[in-house]
Design a protein around this ligand. Structure first.
Ligand SMILES: NC(=O)c1ccc[n+]([C@@H]2O[C@H](COP(=O)([O-])OP(=O)(O)OC[C@H]3O[C@@H](n4cnc5c(N)ncnc54)[C@H](O)[C@@H]3O)[C@@H](O)[C@H]2O)c1
Length: 339
């Protein structure tokens, strides 16, 4: 049986990826530090699966070497990271620690491990935010990095570290840069689940600035399918953009969610859009050119935005307990205004 490690598997994308890997008959070891953004609710459907196990560990901790050497995985998907841009504005230190030092630790361990385990591969999961503000056009993989927030800069730094280790030490690693994900199990500090939470609990829907920031939304399962394709068929040392090619401004996302909600529940009188002070350094637009993965690895996204949003809304509605499993203060408190 093919054994892989997923780091950050108690988080949003990691837990969705594990679900898919188990469906595809992989044996999965989930390594997670169990930070505020992690949630055991996310793994409850498969926590008893005999092919799944969990180990609590910080990717920046040297004891990670023991775990990797003991389990000898044929692959490591690195998703462990601090991920909320607003938090990175308030306090960048944990982002440097997990997203840069943590990746450095993985690379040092993997560099030695891969000498004897030649078939093993590291897939490092990154973001479109590393390219910075893209006012027109769409960025290809060779577009220069120009990150705007401490979060994006920490991810950019880790991507550079990975590619330098490929070049210098010839480690078998690949980097993926994906656009904004949405779907079940995302922490409600992020836009879409926060809007859904506020709709369900009859609160105003806070939108930064005038709601004109444009993001390329991809359903999380489409991203996870792409990651497995990259792991199985991707070329070592390559970067792969993963996007839906579909940009939508935040204002339209909230209007779409209100429309979906109206067809499912009776809306409270407070449910209306409220424009709030913008995030400092807020990028206007990200947009990826994902032709490389579509052409070379024969992947394409399957779920369009309207049906993905509908499925997402339904998931949160059917999993109201999920919101209760998250610290309420982490949902409602506004972050990222300190400059
Ligand atoms: N969410 C998106 O739209 C998006 C888009 C592109 C790329 N990504 C990348 O995908 C990855 C996963 O994102 P997500 O949205 O699932 O994030 P998330 O915040 O939901 O989950 C991150 C997980 O990593 C764990 N973690 C954090 N620091 C750790 C450490 N030092 N050691 C071990 N575990 C640690 C957390 O406990 C949490 O379970 C991140 O690397 C992120 O940069 C996210």
């Amino acid at each position: 049986m093919k054994k892989v490690i997923v780091t950050g598997g108690l988080g949003f994308i990691g837990s969705n990826l594990i679900e898919l890997l188990l469906e595809k008959k992989y044996k999965v070891i989930n390594i997670d530090k169990n930070t505020y953004s992690s949630n055991f609710y996310n793994v409850k459907e498969f926590k008893k699966n005999k092919n799944y196990s969990f180990i609590k560990c910080d990717i920046a901790n040297r004891k990670l070497a023991k775990i990797i050497n003991k389990h000898r995985p044929i692959g490591i998907f690195n998703l462990a990271a601090e991920t909320h841009v607003d938090r990175s504005i308030d306090g960048p230190e944990s982002f440097i620690q997990s997203n840069i030092i943590g990746v450095f630790n993985i690379l040092e361990i993997f560099r030695k491990f891969s000498v004897k385990n030649k078939k093993s591969r590291l897939v490092h999961i990154s973001t479109d935010e590393v390219y910075g503000d893209i006012l027109t056009g769409r960025t290809k993989e060779n577009y220069p990095y120009n990150p705007s927030s401490p979060y994006a800069a920490s991810k950019a730094s880790s991507d550079h570290l990975v590619s330098s280790y490929v070049r210098t030490y010839k480690i078998p690693a690949i980097v993926t840069n994906c656009s904004n994900n949405y779907g079940p199990k995302q922490h409600p500090e992020k836009l879409i689940p926060k809007l859904i939470y506020n709709i369900i609990t009859n609160k105003k829907l806070p939108i930064y600035g005038k709601g004109l920031n444009s993001r390329e939304w991809i359903y999380v399962k489409d991203h996870c399918e792409a990651l497995i394709k990259v792991f199985e068929k991707g070329k070592i040392g390559n970067f792969y953009n993963i996007g839906s090619n579909k940009n939508v401004i935040n204002l339209d996302i909230s209007k779409k969610l209100i429309k979906i909600a109206k067809s499912k529940i009776k809306l409270g009188k407070n449910v209306k859009i409220e424009f709030v002070k913008d995030r400092p350094g807020h990028d206007v637009r990200y947009a990826l050119n994902s032709r490389k993965i579509i052409k070379k690895l024969k992947w394409k996204p399957k779920i369009n935005l309207n049906s993905g949003l509908k499925q997402t809304f339904e998931w949160y509605l059917n999993n109201i307990k999920y919101f209760k499993s998250v610290n309420k203060d982490d949902i409602v408190r506004r972050l990222g205004l300190k400059t």
